[in-house]
Design a protein around this ligand. Structure first.
Ligand SMILES: Cc1cc2nc3c(=O)[nH]c(=O)nc-3n(C[C@H](O)[C@H](O)[C@H](O)COP(=O)(O)OP(=O)(O)OC[C@H]3O[C@@H](n4cnc5c(N)ncnc54)[C@H](O)[C@@H]3O)c2cc1C
Ligand code: FES
Length: 286
């Protein structure tokens, strides 16, 4: 069979390179909490990623899963922060320094930075993709307020890094724990609600469980503040072909994962309510 070269292929050459699987060595592993680890690797294309973009990570012999980029450093190193929830994510978190994994990407769009007064709201591991975004925001935005909500003290993430980043802009991150074991008790959305009553924001950025992001979307509409939310859906191809990540008219891998207010309005009947399962059936969100 004759193979198509880049010129003949319908896939643009640059995109072809992004979608090609590269093997990378794990250069470092940091245990963030009981279920979450941050893995570092070097890849030329990922070094140019935008905050909010994700990679497809192939765990040899197990599966390929989408994971957001949680760190992009000037020395070309890229970080991903993984919550072990099933076969592939747990296998990834069992990897050792020097082990090899496969990478495709970076895929999707990134967050668009605002120069105004911004509110960043993360839930659980969702704070991961908000970290490189916050690093950019502290350099360009007028004011940055970061809120991070987790179940309990044991699940806190990036405490030190968030304190450092916020100190650059003379603010303090707000941490919430559902059981009150660290700082404010309750849901992060309740603190965001109070903040939105007190202050006028120019942009909200959010990533976390969909029920939390849906609450943030409702708050953003009520207070007339634009929002950018990073959505999660089942993903296979990551290039807009298979339809696994379909929500309304959108394909999260290609049109997202970061969706703006207008796009979220267009998927209002499904956002926070339904998703496609591994077999493509529409199921209710837990
Ligand atoms: C764009 C994007 C970015 C993501 N970024 C991160 C990240 O930075 N860190 C992180 O830990 N996780 C992230 N995820 C979620 C991660 O991809 C899933 O947790 C992973 O695919 C689960 O695979 P598994 O084999 O470990 O678990 P499985 O055994 O396949 O499933 C375990 C549970 O996770 C659910 N699940 C499976 N696949 C997905 C999926 N693609 N999205 C949402 N839920 C799923 C299943 O319904 C099941 O409840 C992201 C997902 C997307 C779509
Ligand atoms: S994962 Fe295939 S279309 Fe999005």
């Amino acid at each position: 069979m004759q193979r198509l070269n880049n010129k003949q292929s319908c896939v643009p050459p640059k995109f072809d390179a992004i979608n090609r699987m590269r093997t990378v060595k794990i250069l470092g592993i940091k245990t963030e909490n009981c279920a979450v680890k941050t893995l570092t690797f070097k890849d030329k294309l990922c070094a140019k990623a935008q905050p909010g973009q994700f990679v497809m990570v192939w765990v040899p012999g197990v599966d390929e899963i989408p994971i957001s980029i949680s760190g992009i450093s000037s020395d070309g190193k890229t970080c991903i922060t993984v919550h072990g929830v099933g076969d592939a994510s747990n296998a990834l978190n069992e990897k050792q320094k020097g082990d090899v994994i496969g990478i495709r990407g970076p895929f999707g769009n990134g967050f668009v930075t605002s120069k105004g007064n911004v509110l960043v709201v993360g839930g659980g591991t969702g704070i991961g993709p908000l970290m490189p975004l916050t690093e950019q925001l502290v350099k360009c935005a007028k004011k940055v307020t970061v809120m991070s909500g987790v179940k309990d003290k044991e699940n806190l993430l990036f405490l030190e890094r968030l304190n450092e980043l916020c100190s650059c802009v003379k603010t303090k991150p707000v941490f919430t724990t559902e059981d009150g074991s660290y700082q404010t008790a309750g849901f992060v959305t309740d603190q965001a609600k109070k903040m939105l009553i007190k202050e006028k924001f120019d942009m909200i950025y959010t990533c976390g469980p969909e029920v939390m992001m849906y609450k943030m979307f409702v708050l953003s509409e009520k207070h007339d503040v634009p929002i950018q939310a990073s959505l999660e859906r089942m993903m296979r191809c990551a290039i807009g072909l298979c339809g696994s990540c379909q929500i309304g008219e959108l394909r999260v891998c290609k049109d997202g994962p970061v969706l703006n207010s207008e796009q979220l309005r267009s998927i209002k009947s499904e956002f926070g309510k339904f998703r496609l399962d591994a077999t493509g059936n529409k199921i209710k969100q837990p």
